[in-house]
Ligand binder design. Sequence first.
Ligand SMILES: *Cc1c(COP(=O)(O)O)cnc(C)c1O
Length: 469
Amino acid sequence: MTTIFHKSSPGRKAFHLPASEVKETTLSFQRQSKLNLPQLSEIDVVRHYTNLSKNIYSIDQGFYPLGSCTMKYNPKVNEDIAALRGFTQLHPLQPIESVEGALEVMSLANDLLKEVTGMDQMTFQPAAGAQGELSAMLMIKKYFEHRNESQRTVVIVPDSAHGTNPASANMAGFKVKTVPSKDGYVDLEALRTMVDENTAALMLTNPNTLGLFEKDVIEISNIIHQNGGLLYCDGANMNAILGKVRPGDIGFDVIHLNLHKTFSTPHGGGGPGCGAVGVKKHLIDFLPLPYVKDNEMIEHHELSIGSMKNFSGNFLVVVRALTYLLSLGGNGLEKTSELAVLNANYLYSQLEGYDLAHDVPFLHEFVLSLSRIKKEKNITALDISKGLIDYGIHPPTMYFPLSVPEALMVEPTETESIETLQYAAKAFNELLNEDPQKLKNAPFTTKITRVDEVKAARQPLLSVHQDDD
Ligand SMILES: *Cc1c(COP(=O)(O)O)cnc(C)c1O
């Protein structure tokens, strides 16, 4: 691979600065040796990154049905608004009276997302869904400490949960216990036997990771609350239920949203995100600080868990989310969910020869199991995923959830046309009739074809030396 360091040539520059009029000073803690930066002309830098950008795949290039990721089209108007100088040129240490517009953005986003979730206050500080989960777990911990119920050290997580759920509970210092699922739903009988005076919370993804709405959520809420625990909603899949059901109305005490999924900020490359957390009244005092409410920055709370990120989090993600919320309106949000569910169900209806992991009604995504197909045709979930790349389609989420063998998790999202869904169905269907031996080497049309994944995992090459070829 040719990196930008390989293209470096001593003395080349992409910039020209006028001679400085300011006297040079020496800083303490200066580095001992010069920083090794590549030296290139402007056009070589532009070409290098433009060519790199062509080797990746994005939602602006094609269909991206990556389950549990909500790779919907992000309207460009969001970018236009987030790029306004009045937003991009703000400094977090500016006097508060000079940032009233920004306060209003956060305040309005707070009000609208309270309305969407049925919660009483939001924080936009967490930078990702997982950090939202961690914030909520820390709040729950502090809540019980404050009530002298520190013996509540256990968080229950269903076996179908996103891997971040048990990890977040664990990082917050809880013991994690797994409740099994039955036919894709939380097993109520098993749950009843697990809940006791040591239970702090249950983390429930709804709709769950199989795309199924947990139909017994009221019963689950009763089981948890009667035992004094709290109910956490992983709301990263809110795309399926906007305007249909509010988690705050059905027993959840706290929820995290992924503004960078449901509320349309481009994501996937590790860019800025926002795992907004919404809480009911009894948890407000524990929120990380600062947060915004009624155009005011709330900066002090004795019981706050502290700060999860500097200042108010990734503010421009909130600007995008607010743009999205205001441009769709309540009816638009409801329609979004209807189309997300319709598109998933339509795409599945066009597939021939595939099996659902659980043959029950699903919402915005569905999980296939290719176990039977693997036995009968020697075609695996990995083969189909790689084959889809040759059709210009990003693979679905593979081998997740772990409870499903040979899983493919498909989330088309609401922004795809019927023609795209028909094309995708054709691709899925044709791949099942491919020569399995040939499919083992797919993809054929990409710069790098089928890689040796075991070798990539066992002998990762994480740095490129300049004198390497
Ligand atoms: C994406 C996702 C998360 C984690 O969100 P990040 O922003 O990637 O940390 C958690 N739970 C579910 C169900 C998700 O889909």
